[in-house]
Design a protein around this ligand. Structure first.
Ligand SMILES: [Zn+2]
Length: 202
């Protein structure tokens, strides 16, 4: 099968993913081999995505996968992550989205595990996120399904979401923008926690 993939675009998208994954790891947004991130390729309905079982700092040009938006594995020998289905659902529903970043960052995931919405307290968080919906767990308390995630993200105004007992999602026209939203969500959760503690001492 001949793939209509622009080699230069593929190389630069893989490098961007590697750099973004490193930044997310260095900032403590994701440890171990959890989370997932992907970036849309030009001219083809497919994305570069991290495989399952590979940590953010261990992403390389050799282990990243290319997966079609219909779920077909186009490049790569490892297993794609379970999270791939919701990444693909977002790309199918949102032509404006070129990157999806998903992390289990601890402050935000703490709020999501308490099943509480994170209040957008700062001007920046309101400006950048507008609204931060929460996605409840899936059937029988399992992970959120791709359909649940798609349902939230089909609203074009949504740029980020919390997943109960799981983590956060940021989307954007570039991978940097998608990651920055995950950073803002995490920072907002941290600020909200400090505000609650400080307010108790009043
Ligand atoms: Zn996850």
């Amino acid at each position: 099968m001949t793939l209509n993939i622009d080699e230069q675009d593929l190389y630069s998208k893989r490098q961007t993913l590697i750099d973004t994954a490193r930044r997310a790891f260095d900032k403590g947004l994701q440890t171990n081999a959890g989370g997932n991130l992907s970036v849309r390729l030009a001219g083809i309905d497919a994305c570069v995505i991290k495989p399952s079982g590979v940590g953010y700092p261990e992403c390389t040009h050799d282990n990243l996968m290319v997966v079609g938006f219909d779920g077909t594995i186009l490049m790569g020998t490892l297993k794609p992550s379970k999270d791939k289905d919701f990444h693909l659902a977002i790309y199918r529903a949102r032509p404006d989205v070129n990157s999806v970043v998903h992390v289990h960052s601890p402050w935000a995931t703490g709020w999501a595990s308490a099943k509480r919405d994170i209040p957008l307290l700062t001007v920046q968080s309101i400006e950048k996120l507008g609204h931060l919906p929460s996605i409840p767990l899936g059937e029988n308390g399992g992970l959120q399904s791709a359909a649940q995630v798609e349902d939230v993200f089909k609203d074009k105004s949504i740029r980020g979401a919390l997943m109960h007992n799981h983590g956060t999602i940021g989307v954007g026209s570039t991978m940097l923008k998608a990651l920055q939203l995950c950073e803002i969500i995490e920072e907002t959760a941290h600020i909200a926690t400090v505000k609650e503690i400080v307010s108790q001492g009043k």
